[in-house]
Design a binder for this molecule. Structure first.
Ligand SMILES: [Zn+2]
Length: 487
């Protein structure tokens, strides 16, 4: 026996001796009481955590990420819904059937390793590795040259099946942070190939791939993925189909999924397309057949809508997130003691300001995303159509009629239209319309960029209480690892 071991044994022996010496009758009573109080406290912890007494850690974990979703992106949707319900000022604006009603609320700072304002890659890296990095890096530290282990590998090592869903593309920054390592988040084909070959993704879904889509889908099939791209094919998947790669293409937003405002409108006219909520529902159903699962689901187009300063589309994206969370809540109600649902954000986008009196009818008047409207307008620019034709489209899709505008506004819009028709680099006409729409609603984007505002975290279910309070986004990784018992 070496010296160190002998020393350790001697110390342990000493501890046992002092324990025997202290067992006096009075102290026994104290000890038993302490044990009873301890057990009672443990019971209270179980009750608070929502976990069943047999189930210490959640078997099913949903993490929803609203990309660019600050508290005002949520509030703008809620003020509109409240007006639609014609409720009184004294009633709560918060959505009682969505994540607003979750019993645990937290707040996170989102700065990256050197800037107050993060991008999606650095933020998702912090959320799922617990380590900071610079903008543009995925699970990589450009200063120390250290590669961080992707969360999906950790999940796989711990026996969790993994689902990764995004309303953007399959290899966009936030979903990619779950499975890929990249010095540059825009290295799309390389990131896509990591997703295909890593073996950690059991259900992977989004609008499509940015580049080389046909080749990549073929490669995925060769790697064993069941590739589906229609609502019927998606509904036909089950646990035996895993790994599944689902593609929900859209003509206007590709390779992202459709903006919710456009998809919901087509649905009103009878079109059947894969929605974000459909993907969450199907992923949970398939993954559950394997046992425990972790499902990451990103509402990625709140960010793109806010970057476009397209307020009404952002509001509809929050509603799309509500619908997806509703599917998780159906699952939670069936397995309340084994399920944890978290809704969080990676950063705020646009520094959205809410004005003194919101006009909900102005929100209802817009029925197409900025992206879709630009495609419609492109035809008019090419045809060199008159401004009056542009205003007809504007009234139909944006709910802004000529008579809603004063002469100065009409003049500005006409100038923007003529400039764009002449071949301006950006669609100045639609850009100005979005600005006017926000003003009509009485909200305003300070910029089209990310901001450094802290973002909310909502939690319900087994282990939810760990997500209360104010903390940094790196703590999400620590909290998840601890709650899920990840090694
Ligand atoms: Zn983001």
């Amino acid at each position: 026996m070496d010296k160190e071991k002998k020393e350790r044994n001697r110390k342990n022996e000493g501890n046992r001796k002092s324990f025997r010496l202290s067992l006096q009758p009075g102290i026994i009573v104290l000890l038993v009481s302490a044990i009873l109080i301890g057990l009672l406290a443990l019971g209270i912890v179980f009750l608070l955590s929502g976990c069943g007494t047999k189930q210490e850690k959640p078997k099913y974990v949903f993490v929803f990420l609203g990309d660019g979703m600050g508290i005002n992106q949520v509030a703008s949707a809620r003020y509109w819904e409240a007006q639609e319900r014609e409720q009184s000022a004294a009633d709560s604006i918060w959505n009682a059937s969505s994540f607003d009603s979750f019993p645990v609320i937290g707040m996170m700072s989102t700065h990256n390793m050197d800037l107050t304002v993060t991008d999606s890659a650095a933020s998702a890296t912090a959320l799922f590795t617990g380590k900071k990095t610079g903008n543009g890096s995925l699970n990589y530290n450009p200063v120390t040259k250290e590669w961080y282990v992707p969360f999906a590998k950790k999940l796989s090592d711990n026996g969790y099946a993994t689902g990764v869903i995004s309303t953007t593309s399959l290899e966009h920054a936030s979903p990619a942070a779950l499975y890929a390592n990249a010095e540059d988040r825009y290295d799309y084909p390389e990131i896509a190939r990591q997703g295909i070959t890593c073996g950690w993704l059991d259900f992977w879904a989004a609008g499509g791939f940015y580049r080389e889509e046909e080749e990549l889908l073929e490669e995925a099939e060769k790697e064993g993925f069941t590739v589906v791209d229609s609502p019927d094919e998606l509904e036909g998947t089950d646990g035996k189909s895993l790994p599944v790669l689902a593609v929900a293409r859209d003509d206007f937003a590709a390779p992202h999924m459709a903006y919710e405002i456009d998809r919901a409108r087509r649905q009103q006219y009878g079109a059947r397309e894969i929605s974000f909520a459909d993907l969450v529902k199907q992923a949970a159903s398939c993954l559950q057949e394997t046992g425990s699962f972790f499902l990451f689901a990103e509402a990625g187009k709140i960010d793109t809508a806010c970057s476009n300063q397209d307020l009404v589309s952002s509001i509809h994206e929050v509603k799309g997130l509500d619908d997806a969370v509703a599917e998780a809540l159906v699952f939670y109600k069936e397995y309340p003691e084994e399920t944890l649902i978290i809704v969080l954000a990676d950063h705020e986008t646009g520094s959205l300001r809410i004005g003194s009196k919101i006009d909900g009818s102005a929100i209802s008047g817009q029925v197409a995303s900025r992206v879709r409207f630009e495609k419609i307008m492109k035809e008019l620019y090419e045809e060199k159509a008159d401004f009056s034709e542009a205003m007809e489209k504007t009234e139909h899709y944006f709910g802004i009629a000529k008579e809603d505008l004063d002469s100065e506004e009409q003049e500005a819009l006409k100038d923007a239209y003529e400039e764009t028709k002449k071949g301006a680099e950006t669609d100045e006409f639609t850009e100005l319309l979005c600005e006017m729409k926000a003003a009509q609603v009485n909200m305003e984007f300070v910029s089209g960029s990310h901001s450094g505002q802290p973002v909310p975290v909502y939690a319900i279910g087994c282990g939810a209480e760990n997500f209360a309070g104010m903390y940094d986004n790196t703590k999400i990784y620590e909290k998840l690892s601890s709650v899920m018992g990840l090694r």
